[in-house]
Design a protein around this ligand. Structure first.
Ligand code: C2E
Ligand code: MG
Ligand code: MG
Ligand code: MG
Length: 284
């Protein structure tokens, strides 16, 4: 009996595995065609000054609208696109799309800043700095308008010399933001080696602000460190007034999170900027 049940379960598991493998094959295949089928769109999450709550910029976040599955999370499809290599073309599309938007916004709000996430595969592409420079020139963006968000793991896994690549990206006119800061391995040595502009404190530390002493201590330390190293610091994933109050007390510069705004589409962001008198404060 036990044996039969065991085997039955095994078969069920096997079927499940096969179904999942099939889904993965379809995911890869559909993802490969998503660009030409125009299934991608970019949403923008406002980044605000912690003291004034004015919007100083936004983070571009990619969305994939699949005809059968609805909106697929980037957490699901970005790793797949990384593996297949499609991320290179997709990433370039995001850059163009987002820079095109911000070039329009910049005419009205000259200090507005935008950041775009880039993945390991993109950073490893030899032509990225040239392409970034070309896009900035085509869209007429002021240097420093575009920021590139890079995680520690991307730097860790980069073959070639990440210091050289980052320096070239910066020469091309991009700011560099270290994303999900604190979750990687060698954070501190990276701060010393790489020409960074901004640290983004990972959401996992912001979560417990005001309720967990460890989180408050870690955020306080990161803000201190950033200030000493003359880096801007952004807190990610702010969901409560309590967290924002703590960030204000700790003198964190900027914040983003559902409390302030969810990621929204371009027209909504324009409305948000238009509704606020002098929405964009200054280069933070
Ligand atoms: P990330 O760059 O760390 O982006 C922040 C994520 O946190 C976004 O998820 C955002 O929607 C979410 N978020 C913002 N505020 C809150 C909050 O208050 N609470 C919670 N629980 N979440 C919040 P999203 O858009 O699903 O993106 C997930 C990840 O996918 C991003 O993490 C980034 O690593 C990657 N990603 C997104 N767009 C792109 C892209 O265009 N290119 C690449 N290479 N990666 C991307
Ligand atoms: Mg990011
Ligand atoms: Mg992040
Ligand atoms: Mg993250």
């Amino acid at each position: 009996r036990a044996k039969r049940r065991g085997r039955g379960r095994f078969e069920l598991f096997d079927e499940e595995l096969r179904a999942r493998a099939g889904e993965r094959v379809r995911l890869e295949r559909d993802l490969h065609r998503a660009l030409e089928r125009e299934q991608f769109r970019v949403v923008y999450q406002p980044v605000v000054d912690v003291r004034t709550r004015q919007v100083v910029g936004a983070e571009a976040l990619l969305r994939w609208d699949h005809p059968d599955w609805g909106t697929v999370s980037p957490m699901e499809f970005i790793p797949v696109a990384e593996e297949s290599g499609d991320i290179v073309a997709i990433g370039e599309w995001v850059l163009r799309e987002a820079c095109g938007q911000v070039s329009r916004w910049q005419q009205r709000w000259p200090e507005f800043r935008l950041s775009v996430n880039v993945s390991g595969r993109q950073v490893a592409e030899p032509g990225l700095p040239e392409r970034v420079a070309a896009i900035l020139a085509e869209e007429g963006l002021a240097p420093g308008t575009l920021g590139l968000e890079i995680t520690e793991s991307v730097l860790m896994e980069a073959d070639g010399d990440p210091e050289v690549i980052l320096a070239r990206l910066r020469e091309a006119g991009a700011r560099l933001l270290l994303d999900d800061f604190g979750t990687g391995y060698s954070s501190l040595s990276y701060l010393k080696r790489f020409p960074l502009d901004t640290l983004k404190i990972d959401r996992s530390f912001v979560d417990g602000l005001g309720s967990e002493d460890e989180d408050s201590a870690i955020v306080a330390a990161i803000v201190q460190l950033a200030s000493t190293l003359d880096l801007t610091v952004v807190a990610e994933g702010v969901e409560t007034e309590e967290q924002l109050a703590q960030l204000l007390a700790l003198q964190c510069d900027l914040a983003q999170g559902y409390l302030l705004s969810r990621p929204i589409d371009a027209p909504d962001l324009e409305r948000l900027l238009g509704d606020t008198p002098e929405p964009v404060l200054r280069a933070a």
